[in-house]
Design a protein around this ligand. Structure first.
Ligand code: GTP
Length: 334
């Protein structure tokens, strides 16, 4: 029996994973793709954004959100039954894509594909790591001078980032549009040094990669886990205490541009890693999406609020442990 190929998409917060999923769904050319999405924190934004993507042939049934915590730590309770249900469908998907949270380690998830219950029916076609080229170039994952001054320090960002790269079969050096050729070349070389031999790096903007390449790696990653080193090898799960998230609920927004100014200030003042959500803008029938990666913010109207849906403005804030929630809320709501 032919195994169903599954692609694991990893990459740090805001690198362009959801953008990649959307691109792959839009260019599926009739291939039936099912999607499993997992996010850090309790409130899923990505699944909702993808559900409204309007891609032909992509129904809400094909998008499964696993909102409870970290996929790599809840494989037995959440992931395995979901996979089994997908494979047991009378008409199983041609390909399964799993978008992990930006803080998840890919290796424990790939390991789950060794479980006898699914091993004979599905294989990991490849682990794709999406990288924010501008964030790497800006030194986002490197040690700060304070960290370097401490012996035996941890750098949680760097560890997650390196684990994701070390497990990859292919890397998308994304957001290439934000760097000039020289900076892109330097970033490319810096990344290549962290990869297993033979792993290709492809420069992309808006995660635009040919699905024939991205979804056809035939890597059977579950068979060579030993070749994919992790900072957490030998540990049972990993700890989430390094990062935290919370949601801020706002009233209808009269002036989104003014709010954007406050958000940029709050992100800079509190070193917020990621902020995203939806806004209800006064007098506008459409939902307004806000996406911030560091202080770079994008906003757009994605679809009309639906009948029976609450026009709620809610933003999810993610950062390293120790975020000053009270001060951040005050700054955003001011
Ligand atoms: N300039 C630029 N922006 C990009 C590119 N790719 C994605 N973005 C933007 O970056 C932001 C984050 O993109 P997502 O696709 O949501 O990133 P993600 O990795 O899914 O984020 P998390 O799920 O929160 O970890 C969005 O505003 C995207 O529009 C790119 O190549 N260039």
């Amino acid at each position: 029996m032919r195994k169903v190929p599954a692609t694991v998409i990893t990459g740090f917060l805001g690198a362009g994973k959801t953008t990649l999923v959307r691109h792959l769904m839009e260019h599926a050319h009739g291939r039936r793709i099912a999607l499993i999405v997992n996010e850090f924190g309790d409130i899923g934004i990505d699944g909702d954004l993808l559900a409204s993507c309007g891609v032909q042939g992509c129904t809400e049934d094909d998008i499964i959100e696993l909102a409870n915590g970290c996929l790599c730590c809840t494989v037995a309770d959440e992931f395995l039954p979901t996979m089994q249900a997908l494979l047991d469908r009378p008409n199983p998907p041609d390909h399964i894509i799993i978008e992990t949270s930006g803080l998840a380690l890919p290796k424990p998830l790939v390991k789950a594909f060794q479980w006898p219950e699914i091993r004979s029916r599905v294989t990991v076609d490849g682990v794709l790591a999406v990288v924010d080229a501008a964030a790497v170039a800006a030194g986002r994952f490197a040690d700060t001078p304070e960290q370097m001054a401490q012996p035996d320090h941890d750098n949680p960002l760097e560890e997650v980032f390196e684990d994701q790269l070390a497990c990859a079969d292919m890397v998308l050096l994304n957001k290439a549009d934000l760097l000039d050729d020289a900076a892109l070349g330097r970033t490319h070389a810096e990344l290549a040094a962290k990869l297993r031999p033979g792993v290709r790096v492809i420069r992309t903007s808006r995660s635009a990669i040919d699905p024939m390449i991205a979804l056809g790696l035939s890597a059977a990653a579950e068979d060579d886990l030993a070749a994919r080193p992790s900072h957490h090898d030998g540990e049972d799960g990993h700890d989430h205490d390094d990062f935290e998230s919370f949601a801020v609920t706002l009233a209808e927004i009269a002036d989104p541009a003014a709010l954007e100014g406050r958000l940029i200030q709050a992100i800079a003042d509190h070193d917020i890693l990621r902020l995203k959500g939806f806004l209800a803008v006064s007098g506008k029938p459409a939902r307004h999406v806000v996406q911030a990666v560091g202080t770079r913010i994008e906003r757009w109207f994605d679809r009309p609020w639906q009948a029976g849906e609450d026009r709620v403005s809610r933003l999810v804030v993610i950062g390293e442990k120790g975020l000053d929630r009270t001060a951040i809320e005050a700054a955003i709501l001011a």
